[in-house]
Design a protein around this ligand. Structure first.
Ligand SMILES: *Cc1c(COP(=O)(O)O)cnc(C)c1O
Length: 399
């Protein structure tokens, strides 16, 4: 039997959470703080020893030869697109269901993002759609491990190899994930991570690119430092002040105190991953057969659950996503929506002439998705209360 509308906090009922619960949040310990403070007391606030130490730790964590630390996940994407030599006239295939930064990185270098649709069950880049978008101008494929689940790198790898194309994996959601016994970070030509506070580990702002190609790593290290090379032979001749600006680079360096935070946070990644998977298991068990369907999980993957996304079965509800969103927000649950399909943003409509209808699966999904709170510091009570609130809202709006 349907519950009365007045049970909802939106209509005057008692909210489940008095203090709002965010969808994601960092976890900073006293140990992290001590690590940062130690660097602040040292001689090296930036370009010091912690940078290299963090890069070695990240490379080891994901099983890649090289890791290049930069100032944000967006800078990591920019560096990756630069490393592949993408420029005007080049096309890069990008999934429609991602944060705009994925596609923006292609525009930064003058390239053209070409949007490919996603799989309706996982919302991951659909390899058949990638295949359909390849042209003689295609320069690279960007894959996004949406919500923390690795894409189908077997299928994408076959397509990429068949056309001699590199893959950039935007793994901002997927630090710690695995695909067929290999870690995300070692599955693509270049893999980017974000270290923003809502992501798995944080440096405040920060990003990393991992690769097995030392040449590309060197190119990205130059890119994050104004494109500067220390030309050793000329330096010996002309004096140690000599350097050359080889490429148009940026200042995308990450400070040493941020790297110290990253090193400290990375130690807790395995425990945090386990906790994220526990929370996901509790949600998935509670949501079976409800009108809030969890995304499908592919076989042969370890999911990193940056996000826990449900798709509302709107046929079974008298409310739309906005109403469910507002009702949950009133209950003190800061659900979110990831993402507005990138090609629908005004920037892309203006620049590339994209419009609704281009990626129908992503567009339909966008009307139904909600991200539930998911972060390792959530207590079991928090998880149970999210489930209680969601059940309450779904029952009120059930047909
Ligand atoms: C967070 C995120 C980014 C950008 O990372 P920043 O560190 O915020 O610059 C890019 N792509 C995706 C998919 C993200 O989730």
């Amino acid at each position: 039997m349907a519950q009365p509308l007045s049970d909802l906090a939106l209509h005057g009922g008692a909210p489940v959470f008095r203090t709002p619960l965010p969808y994601g949040r960092q976890w900073v310990t006293e140990e992290d703080i001590a690590a940062v403070v130690a660097v602040l007391r040292s001689d090296w606030l930036t370009t010091g020893p912690k940078g290299e130490e963090f890069e070695r730790a990240m490379a080891a964590a994901v099983g890649a030869r090289e890791a290049v630390a930069v100032s944000s996940g967006t800078a990591a994407l920019h560096a990756a697109v630069f490393a592949l030599g993408v420029g005007p006239g080049d096309e890069v295939i990008v999934p429609a269901m991602t944060f705009a930064a994925t596609a923006n990185a292609v525009l930064y270098q003058g390239g053209t993002p070409v949007f490919a649709d996603v799989d309706p069950q996982t919302l991951l880049l659909d390899p058949d759609q990638v295949w359909a978008q390849i042209t003689p101008r295609t320069k690279a494929i960007m894959a996004v491990d949406y919500a923390g689940q690795p894409c189908d790198y077997d299928a994408l790898g076959t397509i990429a190899a068949g056309h001699g194309l590199p893959i950039i994996a935007d793994a901002s959601h997927a630090l710690g994930a695995r695909h067929a016994d290999r870690s995300v970070g070692s599955l693509a030509t270049l893999t980017t991570f974000s270290l923003h506070p809502v992501k798995h580990i944080t440096t405040g702002e920060g990003g990393v690119v991992t690769t097995n190609d030392p040449g590309m790593a060197a190119r990205m290290r130059r890119f994050r430092n104004h494109g500067i090379t220390a030309v050793h032979a000329l330096r010996a001749q002309a004096g140690t002040w000599y350097y050359e600006v080889e490429d148009l680079g940026y200042n995308y360096r990450l400070t040493d105190f941020q790297c110290a935070l990253g090193i400290s946070q990375l130690r807790r990644l395995p425990a945090w991953m386990a906790r994220r998977r526990q929370i996901a298991a509790a949600y998935s068990a509670a949501l079976a057969d409800t009108p809030a369907r969890p995304l499908a999980v592919r076989s042969n993957v370890v999911h990193a659950y940056h996000l826990y996304v449900v798709q509302l079965d709107l046929d079974r509800l008298s409310a739309d996503r906005a109403a469910v969103f507002n009702a949950l927000r009133a209950e003190g649950i800061h659900v979110n929506v990831h993402y507005i399909p990138v090609h629908l943003h005004p920037l892309y409509r203006r620049r590339l002439g994209t419009a609704a209808g281009l990626c129908p699966v992503a567009e339909a999904a966008y009307e139904r998705i909600l991200s539930l709170p998911m972060f390792p510091a959530m207590t079991d009570d928090d998880v149970a209360s999210v489930i209680t609130a969601l059940s309450k809202v779904l029952q009120v709006y059930a047909h």
